[in-house]
Ligand binder design. Structure first.
Ligand code: ADP
Ligand code: ADP
Length: 232
């Protein structure tokens, strides 16, 4: 379970203060596909950056399976980050590395042995349907294939949580559906929690079990998808 309690974030700059998150409290159950939806500027990216601790919240706390991640010193923080995988709208693949080398990258950083890395990459390639593309460079891939590499890379260290930041926003509708299918399969196979940050209602309706609506830095509604969207 991920527990976000009274989380607030204010950016301070010379131009003044911007309140990006205001008293956010959410509980995200293990194995949920939890959608966080809101307009541009609502605070979604800030929330993601607090979850992976790229941003320090101004107040409040986040715990993942009982471990408070908002208070961890350097070494523990690096370890905790390995339990959170992340995929992005623009993929952020390394252009000078092949598909297999991109997937291996987080394992190298984490200090895995070469033989273990090779074994793990061989498991991940078929999982995302890219066995044929192991030695190809990102520039030779379609958008959907690039996101599959992103997903495999995010899963490399076997995280407990997968954070998806507008993961399908750069993809056409059909490719979006295939990526959402893959995420659903991964959720079901590994029981890992998926958090989907999006501005697209169709993403929520397609795969999410729960949803929180964020508006002007506050959560205005949350709950199981079928409760939040009452069918006419
Ligand atoms: P979203 O992801 O929903 O578009 P953000 O979290 O990016 O929203 O932004 C929330 C608010 O915080 C916006 O008003 C934005 O301009 C502001 N903001 C985001 N990042 C920074 C920053 N590094 N410095 C100052 N203000 C920021
Ligand atoms: P076991 O408990 O027997 O390890 P799992 O279902 O946890 O079974 O794992 C089965 C396979 O799935 C293993 O090859 C493992 O590497 C892979 N796996 C498990 N969890 C994840 C995850 N979060 N992301 C990617 N692969 C995973």
């Amino acid at each position: 379970m991920i527990k976000i309690e009274h989380l607030s974030k204010t950016y301070t700059s010379r131009k003044g203060n911007v309140i990006a998150l205001e008293d956010i409290s959410l509980e995200i159950a293990q194995g949920a596909i939890y959608g966080i939806i809101g307009l541009s500027g609502a605070g979604k990216s800030t929330l993601v950056r607090c979850l992976n601790r790229l941003e320090e919240p101004t107040s409040g706390s986040i715990s993942i399976e009982g471990q408070v991640i908002t208070k961890l010193p350097g070494k523990e923080l690096r370890e905790a980050r390995q339990t959170i995988g992340m995929i992005f709208q623009h993929f952020y693949l390394l252009q000078s590395r092949t598909v297999a080398e991109n997937i291996a990258f987080p394992l190298e950083i984490a200090g895995y042995k070469k033989a273990d890395i090779d074994k793990r990459v061989k498991e991940l390639l078929p999982l995302v349907g890219l066995e044929e593309k192991a030695d190809v460079y990102p520039s030779q891939l379609s958008g959907g294939q690039k996101q599959r590499v992103g997903i495999a890379r995010a899963l490399a260290t076997q995280p407990k949580v997968l954070l998806c930041d507008e993961a399908t926003s750069a993809l056409d509708p059909q490719t979006t559906l295939s990526i959402l299918d893959l995420l659903r399969d991964i959720n079901q196979s590994f029981g890992l929690t998926i958090i989907m940050i999006t501005h697209e209602m169709k993403v929520i309706k397609e795969i999410c079990t729960d949803i929180a609506v964020i508006h002007e830095s506050k959560i205005v509604e949350h709950g199981p998808v079928e409760d939040v969207f009452i069918q006419p």
